[in-house]
Write a protein that binds this ligand. Structure first.
Ligand SMILES: [Zn+2]
Ligand SMILES: [Zn+2]
Length: 102
């Protein structure tokens, strides 16, 4: 079964699922894994979300696929990724997220 990414809505074809990280499960409420709903995301989207949002932001404000899909911070990324078929991108963690990790 091909898998559709809940964020960019690209379909990852069966033959590319041989790459075990191509599609990843995202917990919509990080650090609440036991009770968190999950969505399936392609690797670039999953990387991008965690590069741009802190776990607290995800948990409090972006805990649905809809909220993520319409987030201003992701708009440029989504415009771009939807025009590609790449499943591997170099993601740079934003200063905003990096600061919270220190
Ligand atoms: Zn995606
Ligand atoms: Zn995640």
């Amino acid at each position: 079964m091909p898998t559709t990414c809940a964020l960019c809505r690209r379909t990852v074809p069966v033959e590319r699922l041989d790459d075990p990280g191509a599609v990843q499960t995202h917990h919509l409420r990080p650090e609440r894994r036991e009770t968190s709903p999950t969505v399936e995301l392609c690797r670039p989207c999953h990387d991008q979300i965690h590069a741009l949002f802190t776990n607290a932001e995800l948990r409090e404000s972006f805990d649905t696929a809809d909220a993520l899909r319409t987030a201003d911070r992701l708009a440029d990324y989504l415009d771009w990724i939807r025009g590609t078929d790449t499943l591997r991108v170099a993601t740079r963690t934003s200063d905003h997220v990096r600061r919270r990790r220190d």
